[in-house]
Write a new protein. Sequence first.
Length: 248
Amino acid sequence: MANKTEAIDIKQLTKTFGKQIVLKNIDLKLHAGEILGLLGPSGSGKTTLIKSIMGMTQIDSGTLTVLEKHMPNRAILEKIGYMAQSDALYNNLTGKENLEFFGQLLSISHEQLAKAIEHAAAVVNLTASLNKRVINYSGGMKRRLSLAIALLQDPSLLILDEPTVGIDPELSQQIWQELRKLRNEDKSIIITTHVMTDAEKCDYLMLIRDGRVISKGTPDELKHEFKVNSLEEVFLAAGKIQKKGQLS
Ligand SMILES: Nc1ncnc2c1ncn2[C@@H]1O[C@H](COP(=O)(O)OP(=O)(O)OP(=O)(O)O)[C@@H](O)[C@H]1O
């Protein structure tokens, strides 16, 4: 692991909104070829952490590098595929037109884009619906189209904010197959999720609550640490520990 590119290196990151400390003293390292799952209840700071990583929000203190560069950095941003929690799609355009629109913002040729669109659409199983207008897509289809957009630029770092919401188990399996393939190509992936079956498939997990890291490790390490058999129990146990004030 030691010689692999550092996709993300965060030290003692703190972020506030007004008087509210939203992230406190976060340390995080992610290498090439690793999938990190970010777990935490609603409002714990996951999206803010992702926005910090992308340079979309300014941090108050600490250091943060992405692909070994300080953010914000436009060139690095092009190497990050981002799928937001809510779909930012043009409803009156077709799926293909959406892919073309977002693809044109990238520094790739017309031919490369056409190939990338074909590949990304196939990965998320949308090839047959590409010429339909997005307004006629189901919620799951919109999520899949958002994922296809995130895959377009062949990202070194892929950030997926709750990617499996509205996605059926079969497609979720296909998506995971693709994520594993990307990991084997040394891409790094961060996913935020409330779905424990997704968490189980990550290489590492980071649990956050109220902006603080409660625990980090592989799914098995966390189960061992909390002496439980499932990640659901880890999640619940971690919440209880903090409520009792056993963590500072
Ligand atoms: N732009 C903002 N201005 C002020 N407060 C904010 C802003 N963005 C987020 N917050 C606050 O920061 C905290 C963390 O929010 P964040 O969206 O990062 O949580 P989350 O873990 O992603 O939640 P969810 O799982 O519901 O998406 C919340 O208390 C939220 O109200």
